[in-house]
Design a protein around this ligand. Structure first.
Ligand code: ADP
Ligand code: ADP
Ligand code: ZN
Ligand code: ZN
Length: 745
C-alpha cells in the first residue's frame, strides 16, 4: 500500500531550522506565513526539488542532461514523494510557435476536426499544423509574421554620406562599406540626403533598376544598401553574433505575413472550412464563442473529438480565460494568465497520484474569479493527486484540507513550523496569519486632495474603447476590474502618453554578485568604517585587493572545471568562504569582521553599524519591509514581490521631482500582514508628491485608495469600458463593488 504521508525530517534549506513535518498525501494543503518566512524554501526548494531530483535519478545519464536541473535540498530525510509538477507564474517560454491553442492541446483537436470534416477535403491533421512542413505557410514558416527591413530607420536625411547619413554599421565614413557608396562617383558625398532627388535616394537604397534609371552613373553591379543589408543580415544561415542580433533588432520590424495574414498555414489549409469558417477564423474567436459554436457540429463520427475540444475550452472558461482566443501567442500572456493556462493543461492529464505545487494561483484574479480557481484546485485533488499551494488569499485557505504556517517571522526570524491544522483551528492559533485574518488594515475614510489631473486621451490599446480618463495627481489611484478587462492596457497608455515609471516585479539583477550591499551603494562606506577603526587603508577591505584570500581571490568559493560535466563550486578551504586574509579578518567594528557584514540582516545592521551614511541607505529597505534581507544575499534569489519593494526603496531614496508611478499587483507574494507595510510605502510615495497608479484586486488596497477607476464589465471585448471613476465610497453595482461589500456578485 502506498505511503499516506510525505515525511520530512531536518529540512535546512535557506532559513529553515531543522524543520520536521508530515504532510498528508491526496490532500489540498495550503502553506502560509509572512513574506520571507520560508514557505518557498520548504515547498519549492525542498519538497519539489527533492521530488524532481528523485525523478531525474530514474533516467539514464544522457536523458538526465536534458531534464530541468534540481538542486538537492539540505535535509536529513524526505519520503513519500511522487513525480512533481510545479505550476508557477513564470511566463510561458519565448517561443513564437506556442499559442493558447497549442499549449492546451485544443489546437490538436481542432486540427483533427478539420482533417475529418473540412471542405474541400484535405486529409491528414498535420496539414493543419503550422509547426509541420505539411501545413505551414511557406512565406513565414508558420510564424504568422515576417521580419522586414525598417528602411525608414536606415538613413538620416539631414546628413550627407560623409557625415554618416547611412546609419547601418559599417556604412559610416571610414566604415568597411563606405567607399563603395560614397566613392563611386554616382552620389554626391557632401550633400545632405534631403537635398537629393527622390530617384537618387531610391537608387542608393535599392540599386538595380532604380540605379539603372539614373542613367549610366552607378556601376552595373552596384548593390543598393537594402538588398545588401538583407543579404548579410537576414538571408544568412550563419550563427548570428550578439552585435548582429542587435543590428537586426534596430533596423528591422515584424509584420503580419502578407501571404497568410497571420493564419500561419499554407493556402490549402487556411481556406478549408468547417461550419463555413476557416481554422484561422476559429482561432481568432473568443474561446467562449468558439465553445458555443461547436454545438453546430452534429456528425457522430467526430463526437469524441468535439467532446475533448469542448472540455478543454470549458476548462479555460471556468478558470476565467474565456476571453482569450486560441491563436493568441503565449509570449503575450501575463504571468497570472500563463499560470492558469498551465493549470488547464494539467487538468486534462489522466495521471494520478501526482504531486502538484502551486505558487499563488490567485495572482491576477479578481475576487470574482477566485471561486473558479479554487474549484480547479479541488478537482485536481479529487482526481487523486496531492496539491500543495503557497497562498495568502483567505478564500484559498478556506478550502484547504490542511493549513501549514511557517514562521514566526521572516528570514532568520522564521523557518519554523508554527501551525498545522484546519482553517477553523487557525483562527485561535495566535500566529501572524491568524492575527492578520482577524484585523484588516483600516480603510481610508477621507480621500486625500488631488493636485490637478493628467489626462490619458483616446486610449484604444487592445480592448480599450477609446477611453479618455483623468488621473488625479499626488494621490493614490487604484485601477480595478476583472482579469482581461483592460487594466494593464490602460496603465500602458498612461506610461506611453505621460512617461510614468513602472515599478514591476522583474528581477533587479541577473548578476550573482549583486547584493543589498552593492544595490544600496554602501560598500565604500563599509570599507571606510573598517579603515577608521583599524588604521589600515580602506582598499584592504575590498574583495578585489591584496586583503582578499589569495587562493580564491576573494570569491569565497573555487570552481573545478570538469570538462564535459557541470562545473563544481566548492567552498574555499583556505578562508572557509570568508573571502579575506586572516590579517584583515582580525579587525572588527562593533564586534564584527568584514566577512560578518554579509551575514547581517538589514535590521541587524541598522542596530549595530555606527555610521549614519550606511544607516540612511539601509533605512529605506526597512521602510519597505525588507529589514529581514541579509546584506550579502544575492539579489538573484529575491522573489518578484521583494524585487518590487527594493525598487520602491530606491525611488524613495533617489527621486525628489514629483513623478508618476505605475505598480501592477504589488500585493503578489505578500502576506496580509505585509500588505499594511506596502500601503504605508505607497503613502510615503504620495507624501512626497508623487502620483501613484496601482492595478490591484486586493480589497484592502482598494479600500485604501483616494480614487478608484473600475474597468469592465467583462474581459476582452466584453470589457474596455469605464464603469466607475470616483472615491471608493461611491462605487455601486459592479463586481468590484460587490467584492468590496463582501457580497456575492
Ligand atoms: P517565503 O516564500 O515565505 O516568502 P522564502 O522561502 O522565499 O520565503 O525565503 C525565506 C528566507 O530565505 C528569506 O530570508 C529569503 O531571503 C531567503 N532565501 C530565499 N532564497 C534564497 C537563496 N536562494 N539563497 C539564500 N537565501 C535565500
Ligand atoms: P487586465 O490587465 O485587466 O487583466 P489586459 O489589459 O491585460 O487586462 O488585457 C485586456 C485585453 O487585451 C484582454 O482581452 C487581453 O487578452 C488583450 N491583450 C492584452 N495584451 C495583449 C497582446 N499583447 N496582444 C493581444 N491582446 C492582448
Ligand atoms: Zn505566412
Ligand atoms: Zn579563499
Amino acid at each position: 500500500m502506498a505511503q499516506r504521508t510525505i515525511r520530512i525530517r531536518g529540512a535546512r534549506t535557506h532559513n529553515l531550522k531543522n524543520l520536521d513535518l508530515d504532510i498528508p498525501r491526496g490532500r489540498l494543503v495550503v502553506f502560509v506565513g509572512v513574506s520571507g518566512s520560508g514557505k518557498s524554501s520548504l515547498v519549492f526548494d525542498t519538497i519539489a526539488a527533492e521530488a524532481g531530483h528523485q525523478l531525474n535519478e530514474t533516467f539514464p545519464p544522457f536523458a538526465r542532461n536534458r531534464l530541468p536541473k534540481w538542486t538537492r535540498p539540505e535535509t536529513d530525510e524526505i519520503e513519500g514523494l511522487s513525480p512533481v509538477v510545479v505550476i508557477d507564474q513564470r511566463r510561458i517560454g519565448g517561443n513564437a510557435r506556442s499559442t493558447v491553442g497549442t499549449i492546451t492541446d485544443a489546437w490538436t483537436y481542432l486540427r483533427l476536426l478539420f482533417s475529418r470534416l473540412s471542405s474541400p477535403h484535405v486529409g491528414e491533421s498535420n496539414h493543419f499544423s503550422f509547426n509541420d512542413p505539411a501545413g505551414m505557410c511557406p512565406a513565414c514558416s508558420g510564424l504568422g509574421e515576417v521580419v522586414v527591413s525598417a528602411v525608414d530607420r536606415f538613413l538620416d536625411l539631414d546628413r550627407s554620406l560623409a557625415e554618416g547619413a547611412i546609419l547601418l554599421p559599417g556604412f559610416g565614413n571610414g566604415g568597411y562599406w563606405y567607399s563603395r557608396y560614397a566613392d563611386i562617383g554616382s552620389f554626391s558625398p557632401d550633400t545632405p540626403l534631403r537635398d537629393w532627388t527622390e530617384a537618387e535616394r531610391q537608387a542608393l537604397l535599392y540599386g538595380g533598376e532604380h540605379a539603372a534609371r539614373l542613367g549610366t552613373r552607378p556601376p552595373a553591379d552596384y548593390e543598393g544598401i537594402v538588398p545588401r543589408f538583407e543579404r548579410i543580415y537576414l538571408r544568412t544561415s550563419d550563427d548570428l553574433s550578439d552585435r548582429k542580433r542587435e543590428t537586426i533588432a534596430r533596423f528591422t520590424r515584424s509584420e503580419t505575413c502578407p501571404e497568410c495574414r497571420g493564419d500561419r498555414l499554407n493556402e490549402a489549409s487556411r481556406t478549408a472550412t468547417v461550419l463555413g469558417r476557416t481554422i484561422g477564423e476559429l482561432a481568432r474567436l473568443e474561446i467562449t464563442e468558439l465553445h458555443g459554436l461547436l454545438d453546430g457540429v452534429t456528425d457522430p463520427a467526430v463526437a469524441p473529438v468535439v467532446t475533448a475540444l469542448r472540455n478543454r475550452l470549458r476548462a479555460m472558461i471556468t478558470i476565467g480565460l474565456g476571453y482569450l482566443h486560441l491563436g493568441r501567442a503565449t509570449t503575450t500572456l501575463s504571468g497570472g494568465e500563463s499560470q492558469r493556462i498551465k493549470t488547464v493543461k494539467h487538468l486534462g492529464s489522466s495521471l494520478v497520484e501526482m504531486l502538484y505545487v502551486f505558487d499563488e494561483p490567485t495572482v491576477g484574479l479578481h475576487p470574482h474569479d477566485i471561486d473558479s480557481m479554487t474549484a480547479l484546485l479541488r478537482e485536481l485533488r479529487d482526481k487523486g493527486n496531492t496539491v500543495l499551494v503557497v497562498e495568502h488569499d483567505p478564500a484559498v485557505m478556506a478550502i484547504a484540507d490542511q493549513i501549514v504556517e511557517i514562521g514566526p517571522g521572516a528570514g532568520t526570524g522564521g523557518g519554523e513550523l508554527v501551525f498545522q491544522g484546519t482553517f477553523a483551528e487557525l483562527g485561535a492559533a495566535g500566529t501572524a496569519t491568524a492575527t492578520a485574518l482577524g484585523g484588516r488594515p483600516p480603510a481610508r475614510t477621507r480621500p486625500r486632495q488631488a493636485s490637478g489631473t493628467i489626462t490619458v486621451a483616446n486610449a484604444a490599446r487592445n480592448n480599450l474603447r477609446n477611453l479618455t480618463v483623468d488621473i488625479p495627481c499626488e494621490v493614490l489611484t487604484v485601477l480595478t476590474g476583472v482579469a482581461g478587462s483592460g487594466k494593464s492596457s490602460l496603465a500602458a497608455e498612461l506610461v506611453a502618453q505621460h512617461g510614468a515609471i513602472v515599478i514591476d516585479q522583474k528581477p533587479v539583477s541577473t548578476n550573482r554578485r549583486s547584493t543589498p550591499v552593492t544595490y544600496t551603494g554602501i560598500a565604500a562606506a563599509v570599507r571606510r568604517l573598517f579603515a577608521e577603526h583599524s588604521g589600515l587603508p580602506a582598499g584592504r577591505f575590498s574583495a578585489n585587493s591584496d586583503g582578499a584570500c589569495p587562493d580564491c581571490r576573494g570569491l569565497g568559493v573555487r570552481y573545478t572545471d570538469l570538462a564535459f560535466l557541470d562545473g563544481q563550486e566548492t567552498v574555499c578551504e583556505t578562508c572557509q568562504g570568508r573571502r579575506f586574509t586572516e590579517e584583515v579578518l582580525r579587525h572588527r567594528v562593533a564586534g564584527l569582521s568584514i566577512a560578518d557584514i554579509d551575514d547581517l540582516t538589514v535590521a541587524d545592521a541598522l542596530d549595530r553599524l555606527p555610521a549614519e551614511r550606511i544607516r540612511q541607505a539601509l533605512r529605506h529597505l526597512e521602510r519597505v519591509g525588507l529589514g529581514y534581507l541579509r546584506l550579502g544575499q544575492p539579489l538573484t534569489t529575491l522573489s518578484g514581490g521583494e524585487c518590487q519593494r527594493l525598487k520602491i526603496a530606491r525611488e524613495l531614496r533617489d527621486t525628489a521631482e514629483p513623478t508618476r508611478y505605475v505598480l501592477d499587483e504589488p500585493t503578489t507574494g505578500l502576506h496580509p500582514r505585509d500588505i499594511a507595510t506596502l500601503l504605508d510605502v505607497l503613502d510615503q510615495l504620495v507624501d512626497r508628491h508623487h502620483t501613484v497608479l496601482v492595478i490591484e484586486h486586493n480589497v484592502d488596497v482598494i479600500r485604501h485608495a483616494d480614487w478608484l477607476i473600475d474597468l469592465g464589465p467583462g474581459p476582452g471585448r466584453h470589457g474596455g469600458r469605464i464603469l466607475y471613476e470616483g472615491p471608493v465610497a461611491g462605487i455601486t453595482d459592479t463586481v468590484t463593488a460587490a467584492a468590496l461589500h463582501g457580497e456575492p456578485a
